[in-house]
Design a binder for this molecule. Structure first.
Ligand code: FAD
Ligand code: NAD
Length: 475
């Protein structure tokens, strides 16, 4: 006999679980199915983000940054740390406990909202029927008026670099290392490569990053990319651009890599190698024959701007559909779909999605880069403010980087904001809100910012766009 729900969500990551909660808030009966199994054998909601992505990486970034500061950055404050020692076991236990608290929190949220959480593998059978297979092989059938597919993504593996989970690993394995690798190789100098490369570099690894592209961080404003490259070099990240890996072989407990660059064939030996060359949508076993749900050329579930698939009442959200693979993008899509199902108005403003790279200095942006605005042909102006001129940043001994605003010359509307510097990921929220309300630089100029705060950097950047900055030289 089948069980009946208004909404069944397949996938309990940051796209699926908020969809389930919002659907329940909309007074719908909801089940959320998830199959995530951790390396200790336990099952947990939260998907990649909570179990093997955003949260554990940020826990380790925080711990490793504190270790790095204690070693290198406290002396200037007059604090001497004679014998700073790394206890990686405790650091990793803390990372695991942060994850456990967060994933356990989802169960509490489900209970309070009235969502039925089901551990198992879901498969859309068509005609709004979902089959769930539990770990012990038990099968049950759920019927739903609406089904939301939120099956997420998995790392891309390279055929020439065979993953073995020990020497050649993906980002998940690299978050759980029990020993600091002496020499760490990273393929891909994207977001994961830079975050994980920073963690292990700060903890003592020699890190070499091999990036296929000639350009560093092509998705960011290039002034930010140049500044970032300078700081990462200072940290000791050896980032080699235009490096194409031919093969990697594990021999006698080390990884021997062959790659080519502008000079020719190169060799590199490392103790462990992280492959961080992107992620791909995950739909394995998700769709039975003939559901009518279509995949696009790159394997994403094809949806419209409201996350509707080609089949009525079947929706898809998060990493498994087009757009940036970001937890907050998935969350907003999940909430939008749950509201649409609940008969409410909802949309996602895809033009205003912030991105953050949690390195030191942190990098954050929203909207268009200067290069994109220039290419669009719109007349524009730029205002920048260096954190070196920020009293708060100086007091924090963090006066590096800048905030930059790109705005339309005629209308004054803010088109993009780019920050590299202390707490950039927090500061960007003001820019996101401003752009959500189609603010002008004048709106930011007239907004009072507390002194001394890092947020004054955005205020001054807005003023600088009209050459009216007070605390820095107008150029
Ligand atoms: P997922 O989180 O992948 O969740 C999908 C869930 O569905 C999984 O639990 C999976 O097991 C389950 N599932 C799949 N198929 C089935 C099925 N058939 N039946 C049942 N369950 C199924 N993003 C950010 O915004 N900020 C960050 O700081 C950040 N850091 C990251 C760091 C790392 C190392 C990585 C790898 C990613 C990071 N991301 C970050 C990206 C972020 O994790 C993803 O964008 C986000 O998790 C996508 O959410 P999702 O719900 O679409 O998919
Ligand atoms: P990415 O796309 O950010 O970076 C992958 C990099 O690998 C690119 O620079 C690419 O040019 C390079 N590359 C691809 N193939 C290569 C090859 N054969 N040899 C060498 N280099 C190669 O992808 P990622 O870092 O794997 O992250 C995956 C997704 O997870 C991203 O979409 C990202 O948005 C998300 N994520 C977000 C955060 C965050 O928000 N802070 C953190 C981690 C991951």
């Amino acid at each position: 006999m089948s069980e009946k729900f208004d909404v069944v969500v397949i996938g309990g990551g940051p796209a699926g679980y908020p969809a389930a909660i919002r659907a329940a808030q909309n007074k719908l009966s909801v089940a959320c199915i998830d199959a995530w199994q951790n390396t200790d054998g336990s099952y947990a909601f939260g998907g990649t983000c909570l179990n093997a992505g955003c949260i554990p990486s940020k826990a380790l970034l925080e711990s490793s940054e504190l270790y790095h500061r204690a070693q290198h950055e406290l002396a200037v404050h007059g604090i001497r740390c004679a014998d700073v020692q790394l206890d990686l076991t405790t650091m990793q236990k803390r990372r695991a406990s942060v994850v456990k608290a967060m994933t356990g929190g989802i169960l509490a949220l489900f209970k309070s909202a009235g969502v039925t959480g089901i551990v198992g593998r879901g498969r859309l059978l068509g005609a709004n029927q979902v089959e769930v297979t539990a770990a012990d092989g038990t099968v049950r059938i759920l019927e739903a008026k609406d089904v939301i597919l939120a099956s997420g993504s998995v790392p891309v593996h390279l055929e020439s670099v065979p993953h073995d989970g020990k020497f050649i690993v993906d980002s998940w394995n690299a978050l759980e290392f029990g020993k600091v690798p002496r020499r760490l190789g990273v393929i891909g100098a994207g977001v994961i490569g830079l975050e994980l490369g920073s963690v292990w570099r700060r903890l003592g690894s020699e890190v070499v990053m091999l990036e296929a592209l000639e350009q560093f961080l092509p998705m960011t404003d290039q002034a930010v990319a140049r500044e970032a490259q300078r700081h990462f070099k200072k940290l000791g990240l050896d980032i080699r651009l235009g490096a194409r890996v031919q093969k990697a072989v594990v021999e006698e407990g080390v990884v021997n890599l062959t790659y080519t660059d502008a000079i020719g064939e190169q060799k590199l030996q490392v103790d462990q190698l992280v492959v961080a060359v992107g992620r791909r949508p995950y739909t394995q076993g998700l769709l039975a024959e003939g559901t009518g749900v279509e995949l696009d050329q790159r394997g994403f579930i094809a949806v419209d701007e409201h996350c509707r698939t080609a089949v009525p009442h079947i929706w898809a959200v998060g990493d498994v559909v087009r757009g940036p693979m970001l937890a907050h993008k998935g969350k907003e899509e999940g909430v939008m779909v749950a509201d649409l199902i609940g008969g409410r108005y909802a949309e996602v403003n895809y033009r205003v999605i912030p991105s953050v790279i949690y390195t030191a200095p942190e990098i954050a942006w929203v909207g268009q880069t200067e290069e994109q605005v220039k290419a669009s042909g719109v007349a524009y102006k730029v205002g920048s403010f260096p954190f070196a001129a920020s009293g708060r940043a100086r007091a924090m001994e963090a006066g590096v980087g800048f905030a930059k605003i790109v705005a339309a010359r005629e209308s004054d509307e803010i088109l993009g904001v780019h920050i590299i510097g202390p707490m950039a990921g927090e500061l960007i929220a003001e820019a996101v809100l401003a752009m959500e309300y189609a603010a002008s630089t004048e709106d930011l100029q007239r907004t009072i910012h507390a002194h001394p705060t890092l947020s004054e950097a955005l205020h001054e950047a807005a003023l600088a766009a009209d050459k009216r900055a007070i605390d820095s030289i107008n150029r």
